[in-house]
Design a protein around this ligand. Structure first.
Ligand code: PSU
Ligand code: MN
Length: 331
């Protein structure tokens, strides 16, 4: 009903090509900001950004300031930011500052993953998109590079609970490069990497070693399949993944800057306590990750939040440089 109503409004405004096209086009529900569609059309670098990090990953007002800082870093590197979110049932690729503000201040925001998209669209709801939903929207808009803090993974004991993030299956089915600081040790990193391998995801560490980072610390004790030394080499990998037509994603894992590594080890201790609290307090499903993030922040007196912000800034810089190198290589 909502779709029909909106289609009708578009027809009245003369924006719809035909009624049939508007109602049936699967792209209709994805609304791409003009700054983003223009940059994509001109093959200029664009960086997609997620919004669950805003609605569930950080407390207000840090979530809003970080979202704005990240967009500024992307612009500073010469790329166009495209933060993805759902606003009143429309999947937006590129949010205005009012929309960012709206999501950041939401009192009980929705966390929108692939499986939630039909529901939020049907009901005209708003929410932050996870890595999986953001990948879908970014790919639909023609954006090949997406930056975030950390991706979801196989939860500890995931082999029994089957709590495996949809981010991993999305990486297996959507050809986008996701730049992140790896996977938090609140998850089972070894099984996460095994699952990514099963999904055919090309995992590369950014830098001199192939150590796979554990978000707050630069080395998880596991390794990536390969490493890329600089933005040009990362762009080469992504371009070849696209040329091969594999239809699966690439994960570029960027270790947290060295100056935060010591704090990272302290945070690991807090994570152990928080993981124990998950079972003792009976937290399950999609609430697990936000619960642990908040608990760890309390236990470290806000240090985990500072490190989180620092690594997101760093990922935004590296991801933008990769997007720039990729756009140069494609033109
Ligand atoms: N990891 C973080 N911060 C986050 C998330 C993951 O360090 O904010 C968010 C991302 O949006 C990710 C989602 O896609 O949590 C994964 O949730 P789940 O484990 O429920 O799939
Ligand atoms: Mn889950």
């Amino acid at each position: 009903m909502r779709i029909l109503k909106t289609a009708f409004q578009l027809i009245l405004r003369g924006e719809a090509r035909t009624y049939h096209n508007t109602v049936c086009s699967k792209d209709f529900l994805f609304k791409v900001h003009p700054s983003v569609s223009q940059a994509v059309a001109q093959n200029k670098p664009v960086v997609a950004l997620e919004s669950t990090i805003i609605t569930h990953g950080m407390p207000y007002p840090h979530n809003l300031s970080t979202a704005k800082e990240v967009e500024a870093i992307v612009r500073g590197e010469g790329a166009t930011p495209a933060t993805v979110g759902v606003i009143e049932g429309e999947i937006r690729v590129g949010l205005s500052s009012e929309e960012l503000d709206h999501l950041a201040r939401s009192k009980s925001p929705l966390k929108v993953s692939r499986r939630d998209l039909p529901y939020v669209v049907s009901k005209g709801l708003s929410g932050g998109t996870t890595v999986s939903a953001t990948m879908i929207a970014a790919h639909r808009a023609g954006i090949p590079v997406f930056v975030t803090g950390g991706i979801g993974g196989v939860h500890r004991d995931g082999q029994n609970s089957l709590d495996i993030s949809a981010d991993l299956t999305e990486l297996g089915r959507t050809p986008i490069a996701v730049v992140s600081a790896g996977v938090k040790s609140i998850l089972d990193i070894g099984r996460t990497l095994e699952f990514l391998e099963t999904q055919g995801v090309c995992v590369a560490t950014y830098g001199a070693s192939d150590n796979f980072p554990a978000f707050f610390t630069p080395d998880s004790g596991f390794t990536s399949a390969c490493n890329v030394h600089d933005p040009r080499e990362a762009a080469e990998l992504i371009a070849n993944a696209m040329s091969l037509g594999l239809q699966s994603g690439v994960l570029i894992a960027v270790p947290i800057p060295e100056e935060y590594a010591a704090t990272g080890r302290q945070i690991q201790e807090a994570i152990k306590t928080a993981v124990t609290a998950v079972s003792s307090e009976g937290i399950t499903g999609k609430d697990v990750t936000p619960f642990i993030l908040q608990k760890v922040n309390e236990l470290t007196q806000g240090k985990s939040l500072q490190s989180n912000i620092a690594l997101i800034h760093n990922n935004a810089k590296v991801g933008s440089q990769i997007a720039c190198a990729l756009s140069k290589r494609m033109s």
